[in-house]
Design a protein around this ligand. Structure first.
Ligand SMILES: Nc1ncnc2c1ncn2[C@@H]1O[C@H](COP(=O)(O)OP(=O)(O)O)[C@@H](O)[C@H]1O
Ligand SMILES: [Mg+2]
Length: 138
């Protein structure tokens, strides 16, 4: 399964949310994971609407022995000039800047971001279906 949905208006985010939830549910993700995935795609799609005008989201189901869902959000906006700074800020516990991206990184299993100045931004996230539960600190 592989779906591509354009993102331009806030309204598209609503459509993307329900489509992604449907796919995640069909793939067997728990309700909690469905929410994590939907929250992440929502944040990334909103970033496109707010910071880049338009783009696309590609949702892909990964099959085989390590099944999962991969979401790639790509836009053709300005890119992120100070990406290192945004990432650093998002890692700081006191900073609220970059909180959206930070949340996405925490909610998903894999997170990668690339920004080309003047050419756009691409964020790829993955959630594995059978990822081991996060261990609490011992
Ligand atoms: N798709 C994008 N295109 C351009 N800049 C972006 C994009 N996504 C994020 N950014 C930049 O990275 C910053 C951090 O994003 P985020 O953590 O989602 O926080 P917020 O959206 O609340 O500002 C944004 O303020 C913006 O400057
Ligand atoms: Mg944001």
């Amino acid at each position: 399964m592989n779906t591509v949905i354009p993102i331009k208006y806030e309204w598209d985010v609503v459509n993307i949310r329900s489509k992604v939830r449907e796919m995640a549910k069909e793939m067997g993700f728990s309700e909690l994971d469905q929410s994590r995935i939907v929250q992440s795609v929502s944040e990334l799609a909103r970033n496109v609407v707010h910071h880049a005008e338009e783009g696309v989201v590609r949702v892909e189901s990964i099959e085989g022995d390590k099944p999962g869902i991969r979401i790639v959000v790509q836009d053709f906006g300005p890119g992120i000039e100070d990406l290192d700074e945004v990432i650093r800020a998002s890692e700081s516990l006191v900073s609220t800047e970059g909180y959206g991206l930070r949340q996405v990184r925490d909610l998903m299993d894999d997170f990668a971001i690339r920004a080309l100045e003047g050419k756009g931004t691409c964020v790829q996230v993955t959630k594995w279906l059978n990822a081991p539960a996060v261990k609490s600190e011992e």
